[in-house]
Design a protein around this ligand. Structure first.
Ligand SMILES: [Mg+2]
Length: 339
């Protein structure tokens, strides 16, 4: 098997605000996996300012995988290839690229979409949310009205950034009662602040509040004290988080899960506790978004997913197959990942 790696940098239209400051661009590693006359593509999308994974660590892991995969025949089962890579360097963001390429290759070999390989009963399209940045009230209301007019069924507002009450009320007024309103605090609050803020914002009608606080114990306490549904995102990375049953829902990411295979098994663990799952990108590139759409469709995720993020890149042509139409991304129909 031959694994080739190409490194690109994508610039954001507007700098991305993270807990570690502003980020102007992101590294993307696109891999090509050749063997037995069939080619698969995958991608690694670490974002150090957000997930703490340096691009250099991913580059090193992929170089190691490339060296090691050369020893395997083209008909080796995919899970064995993935295990070999994991045993050499256990880095989910890098493993995700190999996993995606294996699924892409499997779909191309059988002339079927990845979602169809995963489930006979997959969704045809995955609902996605619009995300509003931490602007002022008027800006948030205008963006929310546009999202509602474009057919989004869920709008996500970043909170914990000042004037939350004003922006949330303005957004609800702009979208009307039918559109779901999700908040994401990115762990900005402590338990007392979270309880007070969620109670104060709840009259606006909240679908759920994502990552109100960081840490399993803190989330457990907040959830016990508010009537609003609570989900975890960053905290899902803590050991034991998937089965801790501290939240009503868990946000899963292709990179953090180590690809499609990892995301499916993590979703099964979460669902075994009675919690819901949804899927989001970490400002992924097109292959990561496609992989997430196939996985979410196979899982029949009904909460809106955070996958409408390709528009954040500057000078980047969004693949037609991944266009957001009416608040949803259709499952790409081509063989493999379909992009
Ligand atoms: Mg989040």
């Amino acid at each position: 098997m031959e694994l080739r790696v190409a490194h690109t940098t994508l610039r954001f239209r507007a700098p991305l605000r993270t807990g570690y400051g502003e980020v102007a661009s992101r590294d993307l590693f696109t891999v090509t996996l050749d063997g037995g006359g069939v080619t698969g593509h995958g991608e690694a999308a670490p974002l150090e300012a957000y997930d703490g994974v340096p691009a250099a660590a991913v580059a090193e892991a992929l170089a190691r995988y490339s060296e090691l995969l050369r020893e395997f025949a083209a008909d080796t089962p995919g899970h064995r290839l993935l295990d070999a890579c994991r045993n050499a360097v256990e880095l989910p963001e890098a493993l995700a690229a190999v996993d995606m390429a294996l699924w892409d290759r499997a779909g191309k070999r059988l002339d079927r979409a990845v979602a169809a390989l995963l489930s006979e009963n997959h969704l045809d399209a995955v609902a996605v949310n619009a995300t509003l940045g931490a602007g002022d009230r008027a800006g948030a209301a205008a963006a929310a009205a546009r999202a509602a007019a474009d057919g989004f069924s869920c709008v996500k507002v970043k909170v914990g950034t000042g004037d939350d009450a004003g922006r949330v009320a303005a957004v609800r007024a702009a979208i009307g009662p039918a559109v779901a309103l999700r908040l994401d605090a990115n762990g900005a609050w402590d338990v007392e602040t979270a309880v007070r803020m969620i109670d104060a914002l709840a009259p606006a009608g909240l679908e759920l509040v994502e990552e109100p606080v960081h840490g399993l114990e803190a989330v457990r306490e907040v959830r016990a004290r508010v009537a609003t549904r609570v989900s975890i995102d960053e905290t899902a990375d803590e050991p034991g988080a998937l089965t801790a049953a501290v939240a009503d829902a868990v946000c899963l990411k292709i990179g953090r899960c180590g690809g499609i295979s990892g995301l499916l098994s993590q979703a099964a663990l979460v669902r075994s506790t009675g919690a819901d799952v949804y899927v989001a990108s970490t400002m992924d590139g097109p292959l990561g978004i496609a992989a997430a759409v196939h996985a979410a469709a196979a899982l029949r995720v009904d909460l809106a997913c955070g996958l409408a993020t390709l528009g954040h890149f500057d000078g980047f042509e969004e693949p037609e197959a991944l266009r957001v139409v009416g608040g949803a991304i259709r499952v790409p129909l081509g063989p493999g990942l379909g992009v």
